[in-house]
Design a protein around this ligand. Structure first.
Ligand code: PLP
Length: 374
């Protein structure tokens, strides 16, 4: 009996663990030199010319970014119906209204045309989500936002290391939010970063991140807004520096494993059940398939339990946002977003993480195809 295979697992190497121990012993464990070093390293990775800030989560970063950009009551932000709930929650938290749009079935991404169709006089910002690390078609979307004077906040929680037409996500565009949650392509345990173009956002963001504080030229502290508290610790930053060193290798391994999934599954499954293959810019944060549970006469819970009994963990990413209780109570009808509804009902995330062996992919495929034969 082989070991249980979870749907994801972080890879933390011994060098990183030693770096964390060194920070713990250093006498300075909260935001300090390691946090500054991580910001410099991320800025260098993204190619320079960008403002870069790290914080305790992508969710906190997106909320701060919207607030710093002046998005608030009376404003609408266009958000895909298929994403993690945080994408919409942050819009509500700044007092604005998320306006949902459907996604494409296989890419799980919203098209520029879908964003354009949802524009209203109240639209202030667009939130593309690079689902599973597959880049949204950003050039037409940036052109649309530019023509209309709209902000774009990219939810790139899945997309560190993703390339769009050869350019890293986060190296261009208005505001890009990255997540370093434990399950993401690189981690700081919990954490996130914002990469943005507009230097005018830096001051309000710094104040949002740390108590509304700025220092004057003499170093005296004063408070200029009722800021929050979202600063990353140096312990977390040491983890992030170790992860960033290996990110390109991690993502290359993810691409190889995804290719093996396609090799095994494409001949056996209906194309709609498989994700869009993308190109070699895809960072493969997740590999999710759609399973026709109704046709199989099996609930998703039963399916997940049977895979678990075979030593394989599955995830569910995600239920459609308009179908969640809170958003239904706001009046949204999940049936108005049929692709998101179908993905939400049929999706399961297969194991995919850099430390997996090729044989693990085969194990997953054998178990999956056996359960689907019924
Ligand atoms: C993980 C995730 C977030 C939130 O990231 P945190 O760092 O956990 O706050 C937001 N959006 C998407 C699509 C995510 O997957």
């Amino acid at each position: 009996m082989s070991d249980f295979l979870p749907f994801t697992r972080p890879t933390i190497d011994d060098e990183t663990i030693a770096d964390v121990v060194a920070v713990l012993r250093s006498g300075w464990i909260t935001s300090g030199p390691k946090t500054a070093e991580l910001e410099r390293a991320l800025a260098a990775y993204l190619g320079g010319g960008r403002q870069l800030r790290v914080m305790t989560s992508a969710t906190g970063g997106m909320e701060m970014a919207l607030r710093a950009a002046g998005v608030g009551p009376g404003d609408e932000v266009i958000v895909p119906a298929m994403s993690f709930a945080a994408s919409a929650n942050v819009v509500v938290r700044v007092g604005a209204r998320p306006v949902f749009i459907d996604v494409e079935l296989r890419s799980r991404n919203a098209t520029p045309a879908a964003f354009a169709a949802a524009l209203s006089p109240r639209t202030r910002a667009l939130m593309p989500v690079h689902f599973s690390g597959l880049a949204v078609d950003m050039d037409p979307l940036n052109a649309l936002a530019g023509a209309r004077g709209l902000r774009i906040l990219e939810d790139a929680a899945h997309a560190i290391g993703t390339r769009y037409r050869g350019r890293l996500i986060g190296s261009f565009g208005d505001i890009v939010s990255l997540s370093f949650h434990a399950n993401k392509n690189m981690t700081t345990i919990e954490g996130g970063a914002l990469s943005f173009a507009d230097p005018a956002l830096a001051l309000p963001l710094d104040r949002e991140r740390f108590h509304g504080i700025s220092k004057d030229a003499a170093g005296n502290v004063d408070v200029y807004s009722a800021g929050g508290k979202y600063n990353l610790t140096d312990v977390a930053a040491a983890v992030g520096l170790g992860q960033l060193r290996r990110l390109e290798g991690f993502n290359a391994r993810r691409r190889t494993l995804a290719a093996r999934y396609f090799e095994r599954l494409a001949p056996r499954l209906d194309p709609d059940m498989l994700p869009e293959p993308g190109d070699d810019g895809h960072s493969w944060h997740m590999f999710a398939v759609l399973v026709p549970f109704a046709r199989l006469g099996l609930s998703r819970d039963e399916f997940v339990a049977r895979m678990k009994a075979r030593g394989i963990g599955l995830g569910v990413h995600y239920p459609s946002i308009p179908g969640l209780t809170y958003y239904r109570q706001l009046g949204w009808d999940p049936a108005a977003f049929p692709n998101a509804a179908r993905i939400g009902a049929e999706t399961v995330t297969l194991p995919l993480f850099p430390a997996m062996a090729d044989g693990d992919v085969d194990r997953v495929c054998d178990a999956l195809l056996e359960l689907m034969k019924r």
